[in-house]
Design a protein around this ligand. Structure first.
Ligand code: HEC
Ligand code: HEC
Ligand code: HEC
Ligand code: HEC
Ligand code: HEC
Length: 174
């Protein structure tokens, strides 16, 4: 009898440990919030968008007229880096890629599932600030995913009376 109780006890302890481990090993927060991939070149938003105050849309010009807000092509960088910091190893890499007609393989930070329809233009034209969704990018040395991008996050904002935005399923799902 005591032997059987011991087995049950060991079983329970093992279950608790496994459950604990599962919680511990899951990505810290749901939906990749906080995701911060390492980029091939240490491009710094806190320097360019913060200190130098280059407007977001100087580089992300698509945001106000397209679904995607695209990452800038290298000719935009070379507007300045033709002259600026040309001796830096990172800028040399940038210039080499540019001269060879190659692009830099930036790692995507934000990624919605394919079955969700999102559109920058609609939001940006309505005056929703980039920072409302992306956080204080102009202070980030490396970009991370600030909002959780969950369905609840989208719908809660659409539901706010002042937004008057649609919440039917087909708004966001094909
Ligand atoms: C001088 C050009 C430049 C400016 C100005 C700039 N960005 Fe960027 N941005 C980039 C580049 C290059 C990347 C890709 C590398 C990275 O993620 O850091 C990027 C990435 C991003 C991403 C992540 C994209 C993804 O992969 O999901 C967001 C969001 C973003 N920028 C928002 C902003 C906002 C908001 C501002 C203004 C406060 C801004 N950027 C200003 C060049 C710029
Ligand atoms: C209403 C919320 C919202 C606003 C406002 C917003 N974004 Fe985004 N942004 C997102 C979401 C969601 C994604 C992921 C889209 C996807 O994976 O299809 C994203 C992705 C991006 C990307 C990666 C490329 C892409 O389109 O997938 C960049 C760059 C970016 N945003 C920049 C900006 C800039 C710059 C502004 C302001 C001019 C801005 N965003 C305003 C929610 C927003
Ligand atoms: C409006 C001008 C301007 C544009 C456009 C610009 N930069 Fe810069 N960048 C600068 C300045 C100024 C510095 C700081 C130079 C210094 O430290 O004295 C800098 C510094 C850098 C550095 C750090 C270099 C080092 O080794 O210290 C990197 C990397 C960089 N930029 C990448 C980029 C990329 C990638 C783009 C395009 C997405 C870009 N820059 C667009 C002006 C610009
Ligand atoms: C900060 C508030 C906010 C967040 C967060 C937000 N939206 Fe919106 N969204 C709006 C507003 C406001 C409009 C109405 C724009 C207009 O009137 O043109 C809108 C409009 C839209 C539209 C166009 C609707 C139409 O009439 O066809 C789509 C699609 C959309 N949002 C998808 C999304 C998705 C997907 C997410 C989450 C990934 C999201 N939105 C997150 C505020 C938000
Ligand atoms: C404003 C945008 C928006 C609206 C409206 C919306 N969704 Fe979603 N939905 C999303 C986003 C973003 C995701 C992906 C993130 C997630 O799973 O939370 C999603 C995910 C889902 C998923 C997959 C969940 C999962 O766990 O994989 C289902 C199912 C779904 N939505 C059904 C619906 C139905 C049914 C409606 C209407 C009652 C609806 N959605 C309305 C944005 C929206």
């Amino acid at each position: 009898m005591p032997n059987k109780n011991l087995k049950v006890l060991v079983g329970v302890v093992a279950l608790v440990l496994i459950a604990g481990l599962a919680v511990f090993m899951k990505p810290p927060i749901g939906y990749n919030q906080g995701y911060q991939p390492t980029q091939p070149i240490p491009y710094d938003h806190s320097l360019h968008a913060g200190k130098l105050e280059i407007p977001c849309q100087y580089c992300h010009s698509n945001a106000s007229y397209a679904r995607h807000s695209s990452v800038p092509a290298l000719n935009i960088c070379m507007n300045c880096h033709n002259q600026v910091k040309t001796q830096s190893e990172h800028i040399k890499k940038l210039a080499d890629h540019y001269n060879e007609g190659k692009s830099i393989q930036w790692q995507k930070v934000h990624l919605l599932p394919d079955f969700v329809h999102f559109n920058h233009q609609r939001h940006v034209r309505r005056g929703v600030a980039c920072q409302t969704c992306h956080g204080p990018i102009e202070t980030m040395k490396e970009v991370f995913q600030y909002s959780d991008l969950s369905m609840g996050w989208c719908v809660n904002c659409h539901r706010k009376p002042e937004n008057n935005a649609p919440v039917s399923c087909s708004t966001c799902h094909y």
